[in-house]
Design a binder for this molecule. Structure first.
Ligand SMILES: Nc1ncnc2c1ncn2[C@@H]1O[C@H](COP(=O)(O)OP(=O)(O)OP(=O)(O)O)[C@@H](O)[C@H]1O
Ligand SMILES: Cc1ncsc1CCO
Ligand SMILES: [Mg+2]
Length: 262
């Protein structure tokens, strides 16, 4: 792929409208992350309008962090609307293995053919039907243990699959990349995974999904490294992280991206 900087440049130039159906914990955080990075978020989730809006937006993200039956209708209408309009959509299967409700929802959303699936290792294992130690929204499995499941899931679903953690892994079933950018403070702040899902949507709105996802992982992780230089803990990290997403240049991303073939 080209240098990651060109993906960031394209995303900022086009400032894509990203429709986000996310959870109650993440909503404000995701919107601020997308704005800081240079995209345009809109939180539009009700079934009355979510399908119609999906044709207006350049990309859709669906995060199942705090689902309820009415929200599920909105998710399904939006996914259908995005597919009908030929827009990419990103699935974030939060805690998909935890309960029967979430397992059923994950399977239904998977059947609606996401363009990209982004989750932590426990979530990708559960969505692929493999054994997982995860119980809630945080991962309890190493990324390496989910790589084979991610590849299988990519092959069977046709989606690009990204597994995040200390070293991220992304595959389209044929190609694989690992991204070593990031910082241990990132999982100490809630909803950064949810926010990354939004950023993947913004990059996939403007470039092909596999490369766009890889560039988004490097951009997000490098902003985390930048923020950690001045942060004294999770609170100040969150503020510095927004600033880093805003100030990181395409040139700095090209220099700092740590992507390699898997
Ligand atoms: N130990 C770590 N070291 C470096 N980077 C990390 C680490 N853990 C996670 N990250 C980074 O944090 C970001 C979010 O990934 P994570 O796997 O924590 O998502 P998540 O579990 O879905 O988060 P949440 O559901 O709380 O929003 C990614 O960019 C990932 O690379
Ligand atoms: C903590 C939490 N609980 C449900 S969603 C969410 C945000 C991180 O996924
Ligand atoms: Mg998550």
């Amino acid at each position: 792929m080209d240098g990651c900087g060109t993906y960031l440049e394209t995303m900022r130039r086009e400032a894509p409208l990203v429709q986000c159906i996310t959870n109650f914990v993440a909503m404000n955080i995701v919107a601020n992350v997308l704005l800081a990075a240079g995209a345009s978020p809109a939180m539009v989730h009700d079934a009355e309008e979510s399908g119609e809006f999906a044709a207006i937006a350049q990309a859709l993200t669906i995060n199942m962090g705090t689902p309820s039956p009415r929200w599920v209708e909105g998710m399904e209408a939006a996914a259908r609307g995005a597919a009908a309009a030929g827009r990419p959509w990103v699935l974030d299967p939060v805690a998909v293995g935890a309960t029967a409700f979430r397992r059923g929802l994950g399977a239904r959303l998977l059947a609606l053919k996401p363009t990209v699936i982004r989750g932590n290792a426990s979530e990708i294992l559960a969505l692929a039907g493999a054994e997982t130690r995860g119980k809630g929204a945080d991962s309890a499995d190493p990324v390496a243990a989910a790589e084979a499941a991610a590849q299988r899931l990519a092959e069977t679903s046709g989606a690009v699959v990204a597994v995040t953690g200390p070293v991220d892994f992304v595959t389209d079933g044929r190609r694989g990349l690992r991204c070593a950018n990031g910082h241990p403070l990132m999982p100490r702040v809630t909803a950064l995974g949810c926010s990354l899902t939004g950023i993947v949507g913004a990059f996939a709105a403007t470039r092909p999904a596999f490369e766009a996802t890889a560039a988004a992982l490097a951009f997000f992780g490098l902003a985390g490294e930048e923020a950690a230089r001045t942060a004294t803990g999770p609170g100040s990290f969150q503020v510095a992280f927004l600033d880093a997403l805003h100030t990181l240049t395409p040139e700095a991303l090209d220099r700092g991206a740590r992507l390699e073939a898997a």
